[in-house]
Write a protein that binds this ligand. Structure first.
Ligand SMILES: Cc1cc2nc3c(=O)[nH]c(=O)nc-3n(C[C@H](O)[C@H](O)[C@H](O)COP(=O)(O)OP(=O)(O)OC[C@H]3O[C@@H](n4cnc5c(N)ncnc54)[C@H](O)[C@@H]3O)c2cc1C
Length: 312
C-alpha cells in the first residue's frame, strides 16, 4: 500500500523530497511526536495533487500538516503518507510564494504568516499586524481561522483554493468559507489548502510597523515563547478564558513528566525538555478533569491531537 503509493509519487514528482520514518518531533513546535512512515514535502501545487492521487489510488491514509504549530502528534507517529506544507529552507517553492496585486495578496499555503505580514507591510497593506506573531503557515491559519487580539484570518481571507481527497479542485469564497471560532468549511470538508487570497487595506508603513512591534511586545511579555509549545492548548470557553480557569484551579506550574502548565501563561502547556506526547495528553486530561470539577466548564483542546499511540 505505502510502497506502491511512494513509487507512484516518486514517478510523478521529479526529485520528490520524501523522508522515511522521519520523527515528527522535528516538524512540530511542541518538539514531540513519533515518526511519520513517510513524510513528503511538496514544492508545487501539482506535487500536492500528485500526493493526493497517489494516496487515493493505493488506499494509503494521507495526513496533512502545516508548520506543526497547533499539533500534538502521538508517540507512535503517523501511518501512511504525511504531507508537510511548511516552507523548506533554500527551496524556491511555488507553495510559499506571495504576490501583491493592488490591495490583494495571493499567498501559497506554505508561506509563514510572519513572512506574509512583513511582505504586506512592505507593500503598505494593513490587516496582518495582529496575526504576524502566530507561528503558523497561511494554509494552517486559514484552515483553523487562527486569530489574536480580536483579529482573525476571517477578517482578511476572501478566497481559498483547495483540493479534495478525490483530487478535485474546489475554491471557497466569501461566506462559502463559513468561518467561525477556530473553524471553517475547509476544516469540515477535510480538503487540502494550496492557496489563499487575502484582502488588505492601504495604510502607512510606519503605522503598520508600530502596530506589529506592539503586538510582538505583548506576546513576549505574556507567552512562554522560550519553551516548545503549541500555543494556547484549549479553546476559549464561552464567557471565560481557559488560562484563567486553569490558574484558578491551582494548576499553574503543575507538571507530568516533561509537560508543564506554563508558569507564565496557564493556557499554555510547555515541553520543559524530554516530554512525550503521553505526558502532554495525561496533563491535558488532568486539567480538563480538574477544571470541570471546580467550575463545571469542559475545556476543549484547540490543539489538534493526531497519530497513533504505538508504532504497530
Ligand atoms: C508560541 C505559539 C503561539 C501561538 N499563538 C497563536 C495565536 O495567537 N492564535 C492562534 O490562533 N493560534 C496560535 N498558535 C497556534 C498555531 O500557530 C496556529 O493555529 C496556526 O494557524 C497553525 O498553523 P500551522 O501551519 O502550524 O498548522 P498545523 O499545526 O501544522 O496544522 C493545524 C491543522 O491545520 C491543518 N492544516 C495545516 N495546513 C494545512 C493545509 N495547507 N491544508 C489543509 N489542512 C492544513 C492540519 O491538518 C491540522 O489539522 C500559536 C502556537 C504557538 C506555538
Amino acid at each position: 500500500m505505502l510502497n506502491d503509493c511512494l513509487r507512484r509519487l516518486s514517478h510523478n514528482v521529479k526529485n520528490a523530497d520524501i523522508r522515511l520514518y522521519e520523527p515528527l518531533s522535528n516538524w512540530t513546535t511542541f518538539k514531540v511526536g513519533g515518526p511519520a512512515d513517510a513524510l513528503f514535502f511538496p514544492v508545487t501545487e501539482q506535487d500536492v495533487v500528485s500526493a493526493i492521487n497517489a494516496a487515493r489510488e493505493t488506499a494509503t491514509p494521507l495526513t496533512v500538516i502545516g508548520n506543526g504549530s497547533n499539533l500534538l502528534v502521538r508517540d507512535g507517529g503517523i501511518r501512511g503518507l504525511t504531507m508537510c506544507m511548511t516552507p523548506m529552507p533554500k527551496k524556491n517553492s511555488e507553495l510559499s510564494s506571495a504576490h501583491v496585486s493592488d490591495d490583494l495578496l495571493v499567498v501559497g499555503a506554505s508561506a509563514l504568516l510572519s513572512k506574509v505580514a512583513s511582505q504586506a507591510k512592505r507593500a503598505s497593506l494593513s490587516g496582518m499586524e495582529a496575526l504576524s506573531g502566530i507561528p503558523g503557515s497561511v494554509g494552517g491559519a486559514a484552515m483553523m481561522n487562527a486569530g489574536a487580539y480580536d483579529h482573525s484570518m476571517s477578517d482578511v481571507v476572501i478566497g481559498v483554493k483547495t483540493y479534495a481527497k478525490d483530487g478535485s479542485m474546489r475554491v471557497y469564497e466569501d461566506i462559502g468559507i463559513k468561518y467561525g471560532y477556530r473553524t471553517s468549511a475547509m476544516m469540515h470538508d477535510n480538503v487540502v489548502i494550496v492557496q489563499v487570497l487575502l484582502k488588505l487595506k492601504r495604510s502607512g508603513k510606519e503605522a503598520i510597523a508600530a502596530a506589529m512591534d506592539e503586538y510582538t511586545k505583548k506576546r513576549k511579555e505574556k507567552q512562554p515563547l522560550k519553551l516548545p509549545s503549541a500555543g494556547s492548548f484549549f479553546k476559549r470557553p464561552q464567557g471565560n478564558f481557559a488560562g484563567a480557569l486553569i490558574e484558578q484551579a491551582g494548576l499553574k506550574g503543575f507538571y507530568i513528566g516533561g509537560a508543564q502548565v506554563s508558569t507564565l501563561h496557564a493556557g499554555f502547556i510547555v515541553n520543559t525538555g524530554g516530554a512525550t506526547a503521553s505526558d502532554i495528553i495525561n496533563l491535558k486530561n488532568h486539567i480538563v478533569e480538574q477544571v470541570e470539577k471546580k467550575f463545571g466548564v469542559v475545556l476543549e483542546p484547540e490543539v489538534k491531537i493526531i497519530g497513533s499511540d504505538t508504532r504497530g
